[in-house]
Design a protein around this ligand. Structure first.
Ligand SMILES: [Zn+2]
Ligand SMILES: [Zn+2]
Length: 257
């Protein structure tokens, strides 16, 4: 089993240090562990859910220490990133360049709408914000910086009912993934969060199955991760995500890092 999406205590809403995740990963039979905490940003924006920029050397060092301690486990260094054009060179030249990160994940947690930044977890309540999320997600994918897109179906947290707008936006995201050749993530963390109750029934906030059902119509690849925020969850729900991929005949991406 492999998990390419793992956090540490530095993001302020996860627990555990890299070595704790590595230790748990070995116990759970994981062979590749990608550490991808929420990226620091050069201007320390959205600091409540990420490390500060001056914690970056310590983050890199913690991963190097775990690599030295557990040579039997492949530990990769990455980050989960919100895209904004002003951070493009930071991601490319500093994280992927100077710090030699193995890969970056696009985590679309914020998007611009009518001159302000909205949160994907709470602000997608109408077709206009859904469309703005979709447009920004695709623009971010087009940056070419990211190995895959984390939880593209995040809009299912607050946009409760599947309708013509979710279908149209999902098709745009899926088409972009096909055109740009970027895998999309079936995210296990959504399966560990409380389910939501809607008019059409109880479901996880994400993965939202109608999205993955539509994915069958596109020549895309998917990746399944636990998105661990606690060491004991390092391999959690990967089997469930793989079952979703199997249910809809989706191809699993193979990475060579
Ligand atoms: Zn997180
Ligand atoms: Zn994450």
């Amino acid at each position: 089993m492999k998990n390419y999406h793992t956090h540490t205590y530095r993001c302020k809403h996860a627990t555990g240090e890299v070595v704790n995740y590595a230790n748990a990963a070995i116990k759970q039979g994981i062979t590749v562990l990608g550490i991808t905490d929420h990226t620091p940003l050069p201007d320390n924006r959205w600091l409540g859910i990420r490390m500060a920029i001056d914690e970056l050397p310590d983050y890199v060092n913690a991963i190097a220490q775990a690599q030295a301690k557990y040579p039997q486990l492949t530990i990769l260094i990455g980050a989960e990133c919100e895209y904004a054009t002003e951070y493009h060179s930071f991601y490319l030249e500093e994280l992927l360049g100077e710090w030699n990160f193995d890969y970056l994940i696009l985590g679309p947690h914020f998007f611009p709408y009518q001159g302000e930044w909205l949160a994907s977890h709470s602000d997608i309540l109408c077709k206009e914000t859904l469309k703005a999320y979709t447009n920004y997600l695709i623009q971010s994918m087009e940056s070419g910086l990211f190995a895959f897109v984390a939880h593209p179906d995040l809009f299912g947290i607050t946009y409760e009912e599947w309708d013509q707008h979710t279908e149209a936006c999902s098709r745009e995201i899926l088409q972009a993934a096909e055109t740009l050749n970027i895998p999309l993530e079936i995210n296990g963390y959504g399966l560990r969060k409380p389910y939501i109750h809607t008019k059409s029934g109880t479901r996880p906030m994400y993965p939202w199955l109608p999205f993955w059902e539509l994915a069958q119509d596109y020549d895309i690849e998917v990746i399944v991760n636990s998105d661990a925020h606690r060491p004991e969850d390092v391999g959690a729900n990967i089997d469930d995500g793989l079952a979703i991929a199997k249910q809809f005949n989706l191809k699993i991406a193979k990475f060579d890092f």
